[in-house]
Design a protein around this ligand. Structure first.
Ligand code: ADP
Ligand code: MG
Length: 398
């Protein structure tokens, strides 16, 4: 992720880096005598300053690692070059904080591990070789110093972890907002296109129907017309379903809807129309189940779900539809003993155009999900392949 594209950020970075470099240079100059230690210190300051100044130019992983590595080397050199300055030890505790600046998780862990290894080495050196001659303040209470070091690392880890989690959440949210925005515009465009396509389709279908009736045309030829009409009908059906969802529907009225009435209507509709197989719908509905919604949309929802249940069921079996009041909810269950679905199939439900039927549109459930969400309800699918499916729809009670 590039962070320094905008000038403002870059300016503040350079400002802070200048302060850091000034402090580092001050550290070198204050230690006045020119000797080996002075040269080594100056060299380290040059390397770290170079890394810090060059970083915005490249902003890549290598630069990040080099910078953290150089800074770690710098702070440890200070500790070793100036044993009399006890605050050098405090700086060592802060080393992993440097990589928090870059917000790179692996870099942070790398820095944490590197620091732990170097401190283990340093403590061993002080105990075994130095024996407290240069670092009396470390050796005088070695255990306490070690505990403090570990505590500081744990705190840094926690700070990093928390900020990382927050960043991740925010990033996810941002992506979702963007995605929703994109979906909205593509949805509107698709709706416009769909609408424009539907009209010519209707015209073509009308003509085909007309020719189909024409006695002068050859019968063989006319058989293909039925096929064409069928296909056009499917296309129109897809478009109508799609438009019913994409259409802005603020105008649709919401009021208290009796679930019993809706389910009776739907069952009658499905029994009368288009169900050649001798499946029947068994209703068992509590009275007084009222939901705040639009009754046409509720019908659309239950038609889709119950139709799916019937289409999945073998001929001659029943689909059970139950509605009851459960605490503050109305629960409608649609149970079939049909072919069922695998978990993977269940997970795909509601995805646009996901259909396993040869003439399916794969829009039915997407519309259902939309309607359920609109009225603060939930829809749940439980299915076992070869055994059947139970769809549970819940709405808050009116
Ligand atoms: P369509 O019915 O046009 O295929 P839907 O969105 O209504 O589109 O359903 C998507 C798919 O979900 C169906 O093709 C079917 O495979 C599966 N499905 C939905 N309900 C059931 C059910 N009760 N039993 C088995 N499969 C189902
Ligand atoms: Mg369907």
């Amino acid at each position: 992720m590039k962070e320094f594209q905008d000038g403002l950020h870059k300016k503040s970075y350079y400002l802070i880096v200048s302060v850091i470099i000034a402090l580092m240079v001050l550290g070198v100059v204050i230690d006045n005598t020119v000797n080996m230690r002075f040269i080594a210190h100056g060299l380290m300051v040059t390397v770290v300053s170079g890394c810090l100044l060059l970083y915005p130019r490249y902003e890549n992983t290598i630069m990040r690692y080099t910078t953290v590595f150089a800074s770690t080397g710098y702070l440890y050199s200070l500790f070793y070059l100036y044993p009399e300055v006890w605050s050098g030890f405090v700086l060592l505790c802060f080393i992993p904080a440097l990589s928090i600046l870059f917000f790179d998780r692996t870099l942070f862990y790398f820095s944490l591990v590197l620091n732990a290894m170097l401190i283990a080495f340093t403590f061993s050196y002080i105990i075994i070789i130095d024996q407290g001659s240069n670092y009396p303040y470390v050796i005088s209470d070695i255990a306490e110093n070690l505990v403090n070091f570990i505590a500081s690392q744990v705190i840094l880890y926690y700070v990093f972890h928390l900020s990382n989690e927050r960043m991740k959440k925010q990033r996810l949210y941002f992506e979702q907002v963007q995605q929703a925005e994109r979906l909205k515009t593509t949805g509107q465009m698709a709706a416009a296109v769909a609408h424009e396509i539907r009209n010519p389709l209707t015209v073509v279908r009308g003509f085909l129907q007309y020719y189909k009736e024409d006695p002068e045309l050859n019968e063989n030829f006319k058989r293909n017309f039925s096929l064409m009409i069928d296909e056009l009908q499917t296309a129109e059906h897809v478009i109508t379903q799609f438009l019913s969802m994409a259409k802005p529907d603020q105008a649709k009225l919401t009021n208290s809807v009796d679930i019993e009435m809706v389910l009776n209507d739907v069952s009658e509709l499905l029994n009368t129309y288009g169900l050649p197989s001798d499946n029947n719908i068994e209703l068992s509905i509590d009275t007084g189940c009222y939901v705040n919604a639009n009754h046409i949309e509720l019908k659309q929802l239950f038609v889709n779900v119950i139709k799916n249940a019937i289409e999945a069921s073998p001929n001659g079996t029943a689909v059970y539809v139950m509605a009851e009041k459960i605490k503050a909810h109305i629960e409608v269950r649609i149970i079939d003993n049909g072919k069922g679905m695998t978990q993977e199939e269940v997970n795909s439900l509601g995805t646009p155009f996901y259909s396993l039927k040869s003439k399916g549109t794969g829009l039915g459930l997407m519309i259902c999900y939309n309607i359920v969400e609109k009225y603060n309800g939930t829809i749940k699918f439980e299915s076992q392949q070869g055994i059947g499916t139970t769809v549970t729809v819940r709405f808050p009670i009116k």
